[in-house]
Design a protein around this ligand. Structure first.
Ligand SMILES: [Zn+2]
Ligand SMILES: [Zn+2]
Length: 271
């Protein structure tokens, strides 16, 4: 039986349910620190920030979880939402998780993205339009926020149709109302699934141990170019392998992908 570690999570949005099972498979029992309001770290924004910004935010939460709990291991989660990277039309979600080891001062992260999000907003002037929007995004299982902080009504608390209609009708007395999907994890089962997918990727990495120092998280670091052109045998820019690297001792090894590629990728045969 492998050793089981405790790992600390700062949360006020119920993310533990998405993280517990995948991390248990990697030998970690998630416990939450509930006396800390993660909203004070800043809530996610509507624009898609750079991946680096998300990574920094998740790292900050993981380290803070260790500091506040005294635990060796902490986990931090951060998400962002916006339009898809190609046309900006379809909703697009991104999730980052950071595992942090306070003793070794090393981290391992996982990142997933995709169109599986209900991220949307709409400005309405009639109750019927509001009801149609709410139904389309999966309310009441998925939360809807009525109004925004600059408007007279700003309500994140609607849990059923009656309270939603009452809130919209009140807001409509002041003019048009902005409606948006609630992206807080506990009010967004679609987002919760994406966090779980990210946790599975993280867990898959955590169970791989470095061949040299046995630290967890021995995994893909960067692609290595140089697959050979099938026609002229010269190296191309296409990846021939991925570099695996240990975050603790920096030991590396290569995982071969393919030795040769079609001549269309060759700068010599197909300039
Ligand atoms: Zn060639
Ligand atoms: Zn190592």
């Amino acid at each position: 039986m492998a050793e089981v570690h405790s790992i600390a999570l700062l949360t006020c949005h119920g993310k533990k349910s998405a993280l517990s099972d995948p991390l248990a498979q990697a030998g970690y029992t998630v416990f939450t620190i509930n006396h800390f309001d993660t909203d004070t770290l800043g809530t996610f924004t509507v624009e898609i920030p750079r991946e680096g910004t998300m990574l920094e935010a998740a790292r900050r939460k993981a380290k803070l979880a260790c500091e506040l709990s005294g635990a060796r291991f902490g986990i931090g989660s951060e998400g962002s939402f916006g339009g898809d990277p190609w046309f900006g039309i379809t909703g697009w979600g991104r999730e980052v998780l950071v595992w942090y080891d306070a003793v070794e001062d090393v981290e391992i992260s996982a990142f997933v993205q995709g169109s599986e999000t209900n991220f949307a907003s709409k400005c309405v002037t009639q109750l019927n339009d509001a009801i149609n929007f709410a139904e389309a995004i999966g309310f009441p299982q998925h939360g809807v926020i009525v109004g925004d902080p600059a408007q007279a009504v700003y309500d994140k608390s609607c849990l059923d149709r009656d309270s939603f209609e009452a809130s919209v009708e009140l807001a409509l007395e002041y003019g048009e109302v902005n409606l948006s999907t609630d992206m807080r994890a506990h009010r967004n089962p679609t987002r919760m699934k994406m966090i779980a997918r990210c946790a599975q990727d993280l867990a898959a990495r955590l169970v791989l141990h470095c061949p040299q120092c046995a630290s967890p998280g021995f995994g893909e670091h960067a692609p290595l170019s140089g697959a050979l052109c099938i026609a002229c045998r010269r190296p191309t820019k296409q990846p021939r392998a991925v570099l695996l690297k240990c975050v603790r001792c920096c030991f590396t090894s290569e995982k071969p992908l393919r030795s040769e590629v079609a001549a269309q990728y060759c700068d010599y045969c197909n300039p």
